[in-house]
Ligand binder design. Structure first.
Ligand SMILES: NC(=O)c1ccc[n+]([C@@H]2O[C@H](COP(=O)([O-])OP(=O)(O)OC[C@H]3O[C@@H](n4cnc5c(N)ncnc54)[C@H](O)[C@@H]3O)[C@@H](O)[C@H]2O)c1
Length: 359
């Protein structure tokens, strides 16, 4: 269906979108990892819903499997240590390949295990959530949460390949699809143009057919992220920073909710707040702000929880790893397609947006 090349400076790889994943994956392993041990890290819900397919993916060659419950609390150094210990006990070695089957949590922690085990082994991600298909499986950011801070410990480690099988979306709960839409909305704001118009034109995003997602929206988001990663793989020149649109707010919201508010939903709140702050700072015109509000309004997000006060948000956002010189740094949209990557905001504006802004 599609084969998108990502030419990251530290590694080139294909993102293959295909309905016949078992055959394609078997051919891939045969070509690149014949006779090498395969180590599968699998999300427990995915294993339950797709055991037959996963057994087929494991059918060729010698393989081991580690299954875990994908939660933000399990995206931790303790869980990483369990995975690494299991890899040692199962005699995984430098030539082996790690295969992550799951969403962003599975990809982030398993990718990190691959980055550090034996100083780095190859890994493949087979994303099973919409969020991981459009975003987290691409770009090589791996890591875990620590000390109450999201993704504070990790490594850049590009995958050897990514296989997107749209059939996984059939069992994905609507709440998790909503999370994927958080990142899709982010991409539409980053690039503007056709993607923004397409996304803004969908009346009920959560009800659109998976075929439209896998045929049009998922490949488009992968191309956008891939293009950004190619130009600024390790987020040094600022180009990749635009991918953090809405994320300073989002990481604060996630942490303060004890991860009850999921990442993609927090990104939707975060994009709305970023647009509000941009409007308040006169960086965005009123019409654009209304269009963005209407778009995000289609997701009927619950009202802002009481505990998300200016003080609580400020104290968490100040620890975000993207900040410099003790100042909270925001990525703000001006127009769809026009993003400012490092903006500090007057505290009174921030307070007003967090406390009065209708999330
Ligand atoms: N590395 C990156 O560049 C990057 C980018 C964006 C987000 N992230 C990270 O991704 C994480 C969020 O990822 P996510 O939204 O994919 O969540 P997730 O991995 O937690 O999965 C969400 C839930 O859906 C279940 N699930 C997964 N696939 C399923 C399927 N096909 N059918 C039924 N249930 C399924 C999981 O068991 C889990 O309960 C966050 O930790 C975030 O920080 C990383």
């Amino acid at each position: 269906m599609a084969d998108i090349q990502i030419n990251a400076p530290s590694g080139k790889y294909s993102v293959i979108i295909n309905d016949d994943i078992a055959a394609v994956f078997s051919g891939f392993l045969d070509k690149h990892f014949k006779g090498k041990k395969r180590y599968f890290v699998t999300d427990s819900n995915v294993l339950k819903d797709h055991s037959e397919l996963i057994n087929r993916l494991r059918a060729d060659g010698e393989s081991e499997q580690y299954c875990f419950e994908a939660s933000e609390n399990n995206k931790s150094l303790q869980s990483l240590s369990l995975i690494l210990g299991d890899m040692v006990s199962k005699k995984i070695n430098r030539d082996s390949i790690l295969i992550a089957i799951g969403g962003g949590i599975t990809g982030d922690i398993a990718g990190f295990a691959a980055a550090v085990f034996a100083r780095g082994i190859s890994y493949v991600h087979i994303p099973t959530t919409l969020l991981a298909m459009v975003d987290s499986s691409i770009g090589g950011k791996t890591g875990v949460n620590h000390g109450g801070i999201k993704n504070i410990t990790g490594a850049f480690h590009q995958p050897f390949a990514v296989f997107v099988y749209p059939g996984f979306l059939s069992t994905l709960p609507t709440e998790e699809k909503l999370c994927g839409w958080g990142e899709i909305v982010k991409y539409s704001l980053i690039t503007g143009g056709d993607l923004f118009e397409k996304v803004a034109g969908i009346a009920e995003p959560l009800k659109i057919d998976d075929r439209i997602l896998s045929g049009e929206i998922i490949p488009e988001c992968i191309r956008i992220k891939g293009g950004i990663v190619e130009k600024d793989e390790k987020e040094v020149s600022g180009i990749r920073k635009v991918l953090n649109l809405g994320h300073t707010f989002a990481h604060g919201i996630e942490s303060l909710s004890g991860y009850q508010i999921k990442h993609g939903v927090a990104v939707l709140y975060g994009c709305r707040l970023a647009a509000g702050l941009s409007r308040k700072m006169n960086l965005m015109d009123a019409e654009t702000y209304e269009r963005i509000k209407t778009l995000i309004g289609k997701f009927s997000l619950p009202a802002k929880p009481e505990y998300l006060t200016f003080n609580s948000m400020r104290s968490v956002m100040i620890s975000d790893k993207k900040n410099q010189d003790g100042q909270i740094s925001f990525v703000l949209p001006c127009l769809p397609g026009e993003i400012l990557p490092e903006i500090t905001a007057p505290e009174n504006y921030l307070k007003e947006i967090i406390e009065n802004g209708n999330f």
